[in-house]
Ligand binder design. Sequence first.
Ligand code: SAH
Ligand code: F3S
Length: 431
Amino acid sequence: MKKLFIETLGCAMNMRDSEHMIAELNREDDYELTQTLNDADLILINTCSVREKPVAKLFSEIGVFNKKKKKGAKIGVCGCTASHLGKEIIRRAPTVDFVLGARNVSKINSVIKTKHAVEISTDYDESSYDFAEYRTNPLKAMINISIGCDKQCTFCIVPATRGEEISIPKGLIIQEITKAVKTGAKEVILLGQNVNHYGRRFSGEEAPCSFTELLQKVSKIDGLERIRFTSPHPLHMDDAFLEEFASNPKICKQIHVPLQSGSTELLHRMRRGYTKEWFLNRCAKIRSLSPAVTISTDIIVGFPGESDADFQETMEVLEAVRFEQLFSFKYSPRPHTVAAKYEDQVDATVASDRLTRLQARHTEILDEVMDAQLDSVHKVYFDELKPNGRIAGRSDNGKLVFAEGSESLLGKIVSVKITKTSRGALDGVVL
Ligand code: SAH
Ligand code: F3S
């Protein structure tokens, strides 16, 4: 049996790509996962290139891995940085055995056999490929519903690394979910760069199907109890979608609404396609239809041309929506993007200061949100055993909940009363 060490950076789609690579490798050979680098016969680095930092770290990491690895072990660089740097990776680090782009995951068994293979085509269509099965946690299944992204936001490298958007045929999605449910998953998370744009384009003949219709079909699957999805785009949050989100009991009341900026002018320069008002209106509608909802968001500070007044508008949206979860980033100029060529780049110290202010205010909001959970009761799906007789899971609205409990609770959805709160998680007793 061969040993595989795999490091996964970035988003949920990368996590699913890693599972697909593990599954495909096991189609042809027996691989066992290892956390110990110098035990591994094959080392995979599944990279992210959305911001500059992880890319810069890649080459120093390859150097470290190369020193530590056992003799004869292969190193493969996969994911978005593989797509964007391609051959350059092997030129700068000849010890790398192969490079496999984000949209070429199904070719893993051929690239490991060819020294210095580079497979990074962003036109390659894996939307109908029936991947072998592997799940990190069989209780919760990640299910891809589309590949690529057509949006061309001016800051974002993803369309250049993952190519054009193609929806996965609904038959394949339903088949995969049905299989996952049979092997123990009560919860699925539907994945795509732009999930609520589902149905935009299929590679073969397919009857039209919107994301709302897909949600309706998925929720009819017997034995499936919870549906989550990420990431939707605020522009495509029409009323039909928000009403389905609110009224369908299988859809968890947790939604990511990526803001990026609160300034309509900046949103325009980012090519996001919506205004501050539209964004606020959608969040207000979500909260009025689903009062227990958790809304998370992504915010970029220091986008080219961002003035103090623009940033103030972002702070206003933070106050108005009171996001339960915030992922915030300093703008990072990326190759192949329009905004990297804008001349009015924001001074790094100004951007850092804005990020600090945004995060500090969000932390205060978060503390209030979490403290208010004391004594509340949540339905928790327990999916992970922890040391010392503890167990962890998620509430319907996505909050991480810990309790005392054993294996008998794994895979069950039970009521938990919250007895202690903190910024990152809740603690409770099973009722
Ligand atoms: N459609 C995907 C977006 C992937 S990128 C999704 O919604 O998950 C994830 C987040 O990274 C974006 O929402 C954005 O906030 C951030 N991001 C993307 N490009 C960036 C850049 N150049 N600098 C800083 N943050 C960026
Ligand atoms: Fe990137 Fe915008 Fe698509 S953030 S992944 S181009 S929706």
